[in-house]
Ligand binder design. Structure first.
Ligand SMILES: [Zn+2]
Length: 305
């Protein structure tokens, strides 16, 4: 009898644990992205200028987009304001994950470029998601094979981390990975040199969302917005591969809208990790971005996921 009771207790506990484990998945299903669209940015005092928006209100200035020839792809630079404060590049680490498609849809809807720093071992199980990121025209970079602290491993392991991730991405059709973000931002001269030997450039960040620490979409957005600096290249760090990533993804439309209101535009990273800045007065769309050198990274040494 006692053993039956104890079995029932164990069963109830197992069901409870299973439910708790499933909760994040259920929350993903019910997670609805903000209703903000690229067109909404116009009403916020910012003009989207995205060429495929046929319904542009007459009389508003058209600030064009430096885009790719394929108009279905996310533009390289989204002039969502008059850019008087400068430029911002959004970056997302630790994916791909079940959250990544939602993020891709959100960015596509807003027509905002971004870079995804992908963890190699996750590629095989999320092949279609990686291809979705690629097909949408987003930049894909490496975040090592298994998110290793590269300062704690030897040079051979560092090369394995980089090469195996590049191979995994090549296997799903993503070639020539030129950008690399070291996990936790931990790196040194030797690791930089090793990455360079594979024609890969380091990309750090200037605005840390700390999305993994906590907070809802508005808190995450506020952290990012507080770190934007005018007339300097701003690179935002967020995550799409963590259990809290849905909050970070919901922060994206808020960041985009409010940064645009302040006079920032959004742009992508070039192959050396610099922000793509259109030349002043350059006709758009055009293929001639002017690389702008990044300042010394202001990366905190506090490890981020
Ligand atoms: Zn990471």
């Amino acid at each position: 009898m006692r053993s039956q009771h104890s079995q029932a207790r164990i069963l109830r506990r197992s069901v409870l644990v299973a439910c708790l484990m499933l909760l994040p998945l259920l929350m993903v299903e019910t997670f609805a992205a903000s209703d903000l669209t690229a067109a909404d940015l116009s009403t916020a005092g910012a003009t989207t200028g995205v060429s495929k928006l046929a319904a542009k209100p007459v009389g508003q200035p058209l600030l064009d987009v430096i885009g790719t020839p394929d108009s279905d792809r996310v533009p390289q630079t989204a002039m969502v304001s008059d850019c008087r404060k400068g430029y911002v590049a959004l970056t997302f680490d630790d994916g791909p994950s079940i959250f990544t498609p939602k993020l891709v849809n959100t960015l596509e809807r807003l027509e905002i470029p971004a870079a995804f720093f992908i963890v190699g071992y996750r590629v095989k199980g999320h092949r279609k998601i990686v291809q979705q990121v690629r097909d949408a025209g987003f930049t894909i970079g490496s975040h090592t094979w298994d998110h290793a602290n590269l300062l704690a491993v030897g040079p051979k392991r560092v090369m394995r981390e980089l090469r195996s991730t590049n191979r995994a991405l090549a296997a799903v059709g993503v070639e020539k990975i030129s950008l690399f973000r070291p996990p936790y931002g931990l790196t040194n001269k030797r690791i930089r040199k090793q990455a360079r030997s594979l024609q890969m450039s380091h990309v750090m960040w200037t605005a840390d969302s700390n999305d993994w620490r906590g907070g809802g979409p508005h808190q995450i957005a506020n952290r990012v917005l507080a770190q934007l600096r005018p007339h300097t290249p701003n690179i935002v760090l967020q995550h799409d591969g963590l259990s809290r990533s849905m909050y970070s993804i919901r922060a994206v439309p808020i960041i985009v809208k409010r940064a645009a209101q302040r006079g920032y535009c959004f742009t992508s990273l070039d192959q050396r990790g610099n922000l793509v800045i259109p030349e002043a007065g350059a006709p758009a769309p055009g293929p001639t971005p002017t690389p702008s050198p990044l300042p010394a990274p202001t990366t905190s040494v506090v490890p981020a996921p």
